[in-house]
Design a binder for this molecule. Structure first.
Ligand SMILES: *Cc1c(COP(=O)(O)O)cnc(C)c1O
Length: 804
């Protein structure tokens, strides 16, 4: 398509869809018009890809996830279809500002954080690598809440992302599926077969909405299928004489529609809410039934199923695929238990995302029994057979059976179900996989050593470099050619230029421009002026105790006190930037947010430190905000308590944009250090082994650390000193959790070495050439962290799917 053709379709579509002329068109209409043009093109390639796959009967992979944190798709779709340049030029020629037009798209925020964003990056890589792999998720009417700051406190507002039509979805009513809840199950034996009778169940209609997932420069288009729950008016029995039926029907309709109403806002946390269980089964049952329906169009032998279908479950959230696939194969397709079990195991693979106990899913037996009676029976049988097999085949583990059982103490352990019912169990970074094998799941590792493997996470370099940082992308291409776009490992060629002073200067001037742009955004949105020449220190991720935003804040308060004590202190001006949402019920996390904003208030209004320190808390951290911040970061804060962050992916995005990491030896930070070398990353703090030893021996005393470090006690005392923060706010709870509950996350313990690491950062930043050299080194090694590498590993080692 040429620019002229683009402009002429633009004018056409604007007239036929909105009845408007160019002069009257708003930014939103311009956005929708561009999307419509793009959609036509994508839909053609989508159909072609699907036809080809049907013809070839290629094995397909389905990625089941309760979360897909897509953000906006407009720019990614323009880049991947190769239309970006033409579209941008055309919009400018027509008098629009492309950036304003694109920002009319509302973020699809159907995820909490890393886990949901990973699923989105994986879809981009699958399509870009010509791999037949699709997403299965829920079309939540409300995504992750919008965070609004009121007096420095987080307030949650509903995220009604569907208020304008969603331009990328296609509703497929004709492919609806029925999902059944509750009711009674009777088992009968009929001519040697088990006959299962399910009666009095609630019927729910699952309607798929498909979103095309466009590959980069390959005309290859996969699908993300998002299911929406609808009631079935015709299935409702109107029979009462009293005229109350209508109200019963409305109750039923409301309760059904709730299923896909909203995303649970918890990250790395488990709550046994009935509606969440309903959501999980709804996704799993609708998804599997649609996969089987498609499979049956070509095949009647289910033993072929694992050769044609692979299913990956993103954490245990969709682990009901295991009993549901058993149910469908046995009750509907009439396979034996043994055949169904072999097929299920060979088909399903499980990704573990956390070892935090508070995040491990355990459903109460009574809940599963009443909501999913047949599924409960199958889980019981899986459990029975598994425990028997340990007893007879692994006598050394007999004493561990109670700890390994799927059902124990009236609870169903979903991680145990996922391990027992799948052929692959993977962690998401080397350290995390080792922790799973050696500690958290060591008994299971003894039984199934061949199932455990590592797949270090990645991010799509197309969105997180090419799209969000076009000037850096251009500079890289000018230096080493643009081969890195298709083969991100080629970024390593930059390593030859680390000492090249002209590249160093250019890297630094690209960074400065990105910082100026972010500074302008912050001035426009927050009326706060920050200095683009100061060091931008960025801490963006969900707010959680283990991610230790508190440690960062303590360091900032320490710097503040230093400046106050000694106005002549040698000082590198710094701007600290936070972005974080707290789960609405997570009281501690919300208090930390208030603490950050209270400190910001104090510091930013103190004329004494005016040119030295600024602290900004950016509201409503989401994908689009991340895209604004990351290109402008100098320092990336990755300071989780060692062993707690399974991988992290924010660390990878920032590294790829030339930020240097200050971090603990946790998650993928370790692999980042292994790539760039210890001189090009600032590590500090306890390692995971030391953390485990303290936990095991119980010999950590937070109080002693407090008493022995005067800088730390001076900072912490501001939390309970009524005169420090304005409005007499105090932060007793935080103070107590550190001193009286003994600092679960070792904030105090790591403070000293964190301060020291920051001094090292500051020294390094003063030497511009050395800093730029480290920055280039980080970019050069970031190719390993492209999700293209991760997805190739999954494809070859777990799914056995092939590029088409
Ligand atoms: C990448 C990303 C995350 C994950 O960040 P971590 O630092 O790995 O926790 C969370 N939220 C958004 C919006 C992201 O883009």
């Amino acid at each position: 398509m040429s620019r002229e053709e683009f402009i002429s379709s633009f004018q056409d579509k604007l007239t036929t869809s909105f009845g408007k002329s160019m002069e009257e068109a708003t930014n939103k209409e311009a956005y929708q018009t561009v999307s419509l043009i793009l959609r036509d093109m994508i839909l053609r390639n989508w159909q072609k890809t699907q036809n080809k796959q049907r013809e070839k009967d290629e094995k397909q992979m389905y990625y089941f996830s309760m979360e897909f944190l897509l953000g906006r798709l407009i720019e990614s779709n323009l880049i991947n279809t190769g239309l970006e340049k033409i579209c941008v030029e055309a919009l400018i020629e027509l008098g629009f500002k492309p950036e304003e037009v694109f920002s009319e798209e509302l973020d699809a925020g159907l995820g909490n954080g890393g886990l949901g964003r990973l699923a989105a990056c994986f879809l981009d890589s699958l399509a870009s690598l010509n791999l037949p792999g699709h997403g299965m998720g829920i079309r939540y009417k409300y995504g992750l809440f919008q965070q609004k700051m009121v007096n420095g406190y987080q307030v949650e507002l509903p995220d009604y992302w569907l208020k304008d039509d969603y331009m990328w979805e296609t509703k497929r009513s004709e492919k609806a599926i029925e999902v059944h809840f509750a009711g009674n199950v009777q088992l009968q034996s009929a001519d040697g077969h088990l006959q299962v009778e399910h009666t009095d169940y609630e019927r729910v209609l699952a309607i798929p909405y498909d979103v095309p997932i466009v590959g980069y420069d390959n005309q290859f288009v996969n699908s993300l299928r998002l299911w929406s729950a609808e009631s079935m008016p015709n299935s409702f029995h109107f029979h009462s004489q009293k005229g109350t039926d209508y109200y019963h029907y409305l109750d039923y309709k409301r309760s059904v529609e709730q299923i896909s109403e909203f995303l649970y806002p918890d990250d790395s946390y488990y709550e046994g809410k009935l509606l969440r269980l309903k959501q999980q089964y709804f996704l799993v049952s609708a998804g599997l039934q649609s996969i089987i329906r498609r499979f049956k169009k070509k095949h009647n032998d289910f033993l072929l199923f694992p050769q044609k279908i692979a299913i990956q479950i993103n954490d245990t959230h969709p682990s009901l695929v295991i009993p549901e696939l058993m149910r469908l194969l046995m009750d509907i397709e009439k396979l034996s238990w043994d055949d169904a079990w072999d097929i299920t195991i060979q088909t399903v693979a499980y990704t573990n995302h956390t070892t935090l106990v508070e995040a491990l899913e355990k459903w109460p037996v009574h809940m599963v029994k009443s909501l999913l009676p047949r599924i409960y029976m199958i889980i019981e049988e899986i459990n029975e057979r598994f425990c028997q097999s340990i007893y007879f085949e692994h006598p050394a583990l007999r004493n561990e059976i109670a700890n390994m059982a799927i059902i124990s103490y009236e609870q169903i352990h979903m991680a145990h179900l996922a391990i027992v019912g799948s052929h692959s169990i993977n962690g998401v970074a080397k350290l995390h996989t080792e922790i799973i094998k050696k500690r958290e799941m060591k008994n299971f590792y003894r039984v199934f050593p061949e199932r455990f493997n590592n797949k270090t996470n990645g991010i799509t370099h197309r969105r997180w470099l090419l799209n969000v940082n076009p000037s850096l992308a251009q500079l890289i291409s000018n230096t080493i050619g643009d081969g890195w776009i298709k083969e991100p490992r080629k970024l390593i060629h930059l390593i030859k230029y680390t000492d090249d002073s002209s590249l160093q200067d250019e890297i630094s001037s690209v960074k400065l421009k990105n910082k100026q742009k972010l500074a302008k955004y912050i001035r426009d949105e927050y009326q706060i002026t920050i200095d683009p020449n100061s060091l931008f220190d960025v801490h963006i991720k969900r707010l959680h105790g283990y991610k230790r935003q508190l440690l960062n804040l303590f360091h900032i308060l320490h710097l503040y006190q230093l400046c106050k004590e000694n106005p002549n202190v040698q000082f590198t001006p710094r701007t600290f930037i936070f972005g974080a949402k707290a789960a609405p019920g997570y009281h501690f996390a919300k208090q930390v947010i208030k603490l950050i904003t209270a400190a910001a208030d104090k510091i930013n209004h103190d004329p004494f430190v005016k040119d030295k320190l600024k602290l900004i808390f950016l509201e409503n951290y989401n994908v689009s905000l991340a895209e604004k911040i990351i290109p402008a970061a100098d320092i990336s804060e990755q300071i989780s308590t060692a062993s707690k962050e399974a991988s992290g992916t924010g660390n990878m995005k920032l590294m790829m944009n030339g930020a240097l990491t200050i971090g603990t030896l946790d998650g993928a930070n370790i692999e980042i250090r292994d790539m760039v070398g210890p001189k090009n990353i600032f590590t500090f703090g306890l390692n995971s082994k030391e953390v485990f030893e303290y936990q095991q021996n119980g010999d950590y005393r937070a109080r002693d650390v407090y008493n022995s470090d005067q800088r730390l006690s001076a900072v912490m005392d501001t939390l309970v000193n009524q005169s420090f923060f304005q409005d007499d706010v105090e932060f007793k709870n935080i103070y107590y959790s550190l001193l009286y509950n003994n600092d679960e996350y070792f904030v105090l313990k790591d403070f000293d070495s964190y301060v020291e690491a920051h001094q090292h950062v500051e020294q390094t930043y003063r030497n511009e050439s050395s800093w730029n050299k480290k920055s280039i080194t980080n970019i050069a090694h970031s190719g390993k962290f492209s999700s293209d590498r991760t997805i190739s590993e999954y494809a070859n080692e777990i799914w056995n799917i092939h590029p088409m």
